[in-house]
Design a protein. Structure first.
Ligand code: NAP
Length: 338
């Protein structure tokens, strides 16, 4: 199956990989960037031709460009959303573009007559605000916005997905809406412009951390994340669907161990011992990247991806391969000096 699809945020880590996979499958792709001044940088990374890949300017925070980007598209894959490394000054700096941008994309999709809309949500909309401990989550779970450890990015993704679902229920008509909810996305980079999600591996490789904070995450490969988006765009009967997109849960020290085993001398700065959580709380006072994830300490969040396996035939990649690919990209692009 192939047709014309709008992928928002083609300049991004996940959006770029989705565009590449769709072009390889014969789709005609429209994609958005904030400004056409980035088209010349982005096009060679995405591939395609001027006929198969069309680039439009549209910002999540404004109405300009969305109608043009969606015109002629039967499918929309809404990926763009802010993902900063550091907490914003005000939570609305993330919530407003995430929520209003999703609604802008939905309205443009409906006006263009698109009937399938796939939104990149997040495990952040499922697995937060439930307190410390060992948790296992499915698609039936939602982040508790009033619970502990709900930082602005988590709020932005939860509110954006919730608002999009409400809009579709009341104004979406026959549009088929589904979300893909990934955990921490790692894997190879196409350019030195890297997503915030690679920060943990970057910090391990560069020796920025004296030890491993007791933090863990479900790890999923960017190629598998894009593959799930393509499957949800193409599969029949996706109305209302929600798919956890995750490989296994790994502690940071397990990621460090894999780097040590696979990279040899290039992993010489990688720490393998655990840092006591009290010490990490102190370090967070000085390191804004650690501060963002302080509420993750000592938490196990298992994400059950069996629904995607059963319905879409989707499989995660082995995390070892993903972690090594991440490290090799960070080194090859000179983002980390080892
Ligand atoms: P990324 O590389 O930072 O990409 C984010 C994309 O959103 C970029 O194309 C960016 O455009 C665009 N964007 C941000 N603010 C915008 C605005 N105001 N107007 C228009 N475009 C804007 O991050 P990513 O990892 O690929 O994330 C893509 C999506 O996946 C996001 O929705 C994110 O929440 C979700 N997600 C990511 C992870 C992960 O671990 N990476 C996990 C779960 C969900 P510019 O290039 O112009 O900045």
């Amino acid at each position: 199956m192939a047709g014309t699809v709008l992928v928002t945020g083609g300049s991004g880590y996940i959006g770029g990989e989705i565009v590449r996979q769709l072009l390889a499958k014969g789709w005609t792709v429209h994609t958005t960037v904030r400004s056409l001044s980035s088209e010349a940088r982005v096009r060679p990374l995405l591939g395609g031709t001027p006929e198969t890949l069309k680039v439009f300017a549209a910002d999540l925070t404004g109405d300009a460009g969305w109608a043009e980007a969606a015109a002629g598209c039967s499918h929309v894959c809404h990926v763009a959303s802010p993902l900063p490394a550091e907490a914003p000054k005000h939570e609305n700096d993330l919530i407003v573009p995430a929520r209003d941008g999703a609604l802008r994309a939905l309205k443009a999709a409906k006006e263009a007559g698109a009937w399938r809309f796939v939104m990149t949500s997040s495990a952040a909309a499922i697995a937060y605000g439930h307190g410390k401990g060992q948790h296992r989550f499915t698609e039936a779970d939602w982040t508790n916005l009033d619970g502990p450890g709900v930082y602005p990015y988590v709020k932005s993704k939860t509110i954006a997905e919730g608002s999009a679902r409400d809009w579709v229920a009341t104004q979406g008509g026959d549009m088929e809406f589904a979300t893909v909810n990934p955990t921490l996305v790692l894997g190879p980079l196409a350019s030195p412009d890297f997503s915030t999600s690679l920060e943990a591996v970057k910090q391990l490789l560069s020796g920025a951390l004296p030890g491993c904070p007791n933090i863990g995450f479900g790890v999923v490969d960017v190629r598998a994340v894009a593959d799930m988006h393509v499957r949800v765009l193409e599969a029949p009967g996706m109305k209302g669907e929600r798919f956890i997109c995750s490989g296994p849960f790994l502690w940071m020290r397990e990621v460090a161990q894999i780097l040590k085993e696979e990279l040899g001398p290039e992993a010489r700065k990688v720490p393998t011992r655990n840092l006591p959580s009290w010490l990490v709380r102190i370090a967070a006072l000085f390191n804004p990247v650690i501060r963002q994830v302080i509420s993750e300490l000592d938490n196990t969040r298992e994400m059950d991806a069996s629904h995607a396996k059963a319905v879409l035939g989707w499989e995660a990649r082995p995390p070892r391969e993903t972690i090594v690919a991440t490290a090799r990209s960070l080194i090859a692009f000179g983002i980390v000096k080892v």
